[in-house]
Design a protein around this ligand. Sequence first.
Ligand SMILES: Cc1ncc(COP(=O)(O)O)c(C=O)c1O
Length: 531
Amino acid sequence: MKKYHQASWNEPLLIEMSKSGRQAFSLPELKPEVLSAINEDRPENLIPEKMRRKTDLLLPEVSEPEIVRHYVRLSQMNFGIDLGMYPLGSCTMKYNPKVSERIAKNPKFSGLHPYQDEQTVQGILEILYELQSLLCEITGMSAFSLSPAAGAQGEFVGALIIRNFLNDCGYSSKKDEMLVPDSAHGTNPASAAMTGFKVVKIPSSEGGIVTAEAVKKVISERTAGMMLTVPNTLGIFEREIGEVSSIVHDAGGLMYYDGANMNALLGRVKPGEMGFDIVHLNVHKTFATPHGGGGPGAGPVGVVDKLSEYLPVPVIVRKGGEGYGFDYNRPRSIGRIKSFYGNVGVLLRAYCYILSLGKDGLKTVSEQAVLASNYLLSKLDRRYYSLRYSTDQPRKHEFVVSASPLKRKTGVSAGDISKAILDSGNHSPTVYFPLIVDEALMIEPTETEPVEFLDQYATILNELAERANQSPESILKAPERTSISRIDEYRASHPGSLVLNWRYLLDGAKKKKDDDNKGKRNGSSNSRKDS
Ligand SMILES: Cc1ncc(COP(=O)(O)O)c(C=O)c1O
């Protein structure tokens, strides 16, 4: 295996590198014909006096090479799917094909402005309209909204649609319970609660699924709906989904499909065929779009016919002979949930991915994703990594093993393994989720990893377990080849430590700048030389 060592730069912030008067780029003087067109010698006069800046804008003043080096150095301290495997189950980063990147960056798309007149953006509107239709075809829904910015926002939209629809049906507050299995992603109960529903937890069966029997125990006239991920977060297909959907529908509730795991089912089965009424898709998980560090992402939401009026506005429609346009006139809509029309660049990448693979290609994606996951699982040493629930059954696109045998034997936990794996130049699996598996390691290799990488990843995990057996302390010290080693996890995620300090930095930079200006006015030489 190639040796990995991440760069470690002691990199300051750009504002800390700032030197008065230094520039990377200077705008040209306005041409005389522009000045005469606006009828002003000084364009700033077009801005009302009281709205003009009185002080300089506090931006870092740095040269172009400094900026380039700054960002290249930061990128060297980062990790991404273009560098190594990233099998972060559930929140997986799929490889983003370069052809989609190239198309999305084409200035014909990236140069568009959301305030442009509809008639001048017919091309992108046609693409988005087609994408809505493709997603309907893939999921078996009747209408789609591309607005939501992420899966979690899609869930919130779906829960709002359920609430408004039930209110219009006259149920008002009588239907106030949302069923959510204990294997669900945390965003499911959160979205339901934010919409005002009481969350009713359904325990997973011995086989790791939601059974019709478990649903019958909690279903009542108060049931508004159920949020379900298929395959679930254990990577297991919900075999009783047909019966479960019927029970919820018979009680007057709606079925919500968390489509984060649609990668496993592409071209095989549609959520609509399983009885779902509302679907969200995580395009970063299913259609290979970027979604790092919380965004920008996209979580389109699809619905069956009877719910289409409730979708967020605007909906992109075909306006007969006039081409495509935005429809805001939807009295039953839950309203606007995102500025403009969603993250168009991300949606464009999803469109490219779907078209470049075609129907058969998408089918191959799910086939390969499931094969890769089961292959990797079969290579793991079960003495250290045990499987829970339906142990004799294959998984779908991801699987969850428990490192508790390893922990019992050596004291090394799933979290320790996840740190140590970073030293190999790969990303760790998701740890401690789903909550129903202790010492969980959740692995989703995706369809794009060649078999050698799957072998390598399994070997690394098995070797780490062996090492933990022989010298657990060596694992507890890891990672040692990354830019930073272990951090104080409690403080790193504690609200008290997350206070942004840019204001503090800006205040410092402003003081420096004021001092500089004072120095200049006094005719003294600047102590910071711009050499
Ligand atoms: C099962 C499941 N549901 C919902 C989400 C939330 O999606 P997002 O991160 O796009 O908000 C995720 C995250 O990937 C997920 O794995």
